[in-house]
Design a protein. Structure first.
Length: 196
């Protein structure tokens, strides 16, 4: 009887420790969701000061254009290149990241998250392009909370709206070239007939 009682007690202790661990992780999940919301807002507002405050001491970010950044100055250069400078192609970007699954914890202070985002780019011309992206993030707990240590965003190289627009432009240019070529040929033929 004592053995059965001991086994029951061990089972209850194991179950209660799992429940406590699960509750602890729910708090972490909440903090990670808040971190994702804050990072999205900072990107959408081009608020690099806020974004920097969400990054780990050491970080690596690979943007959708595959530009890699490891320090704050590179983040500022990115914003200048794409949004601020005279030749900047974009007015704004709106990211809407969603996790595809709960974050996975690989230790007490490290988590991996991944998901998708339907990003809307507003060009300087005012045109809008929606580009679906996939993202992966590594998050670390630091003394002041969870931070982004690594982030990588990518798009489908073979199937995306920018590629589709480029292909459409190529067909339009080819058609215009064919029409211009045909008109030039007709004009040349007319000139040759007049000379006879």
């Amino acid at each position: 009887m004592n053995r059965i009682y001991a086994l029951l007690m061990l089972g209850l202790l194991a179950f209660s420790s799992l429940a406590v661990a699960k509750e602890d992780r729910e708090g972490d999940h909440q903090q990670l969701r808040q971190l994702m919301a804050q990072a999205s807002e900072a990107i959408n507002k081009q608020d690099m000061v806020k974004l920097r405050s969400l990054l780990a001491t050491e970080f690596v970010i690979t943007m959708v254009d595959q530009q890699r950044m490891t320090d704050a100055a590179q983040l500022d250069d990115f914003v200048e290149k794409y949004f601020v400078g005279e030749s900047a192609p974009l007015k704004s970007i709106t990211v809407t990241p969603e996790a595809d699954a709960p974050s996975r914890f690989i230790g007490d202070n490290v988590a991996i998250a991944y998901g998708h985002s339907d990003d809307i780019y507003v060009l300087k011309t005012g045109a809008e392009v929606m580009i679906p992206a996939k993202w992966t993030a590594t998050l670390v707990r630091q003394p002041d909370g969870w931070k982004i240590a690594a982030f990588h965003s990518g798009v489908n190289l073979m199937d995306n709206p920018v590629l589709a627009a480029a292909q459409q432009n190529l067909w339009t240019m080819a058609a215009a070239g064919a029409v211009a070529g045909a008109l030039a040929m007709l004009l040349l033929l007319r000139l040759l007939r007049k000379k006879k």
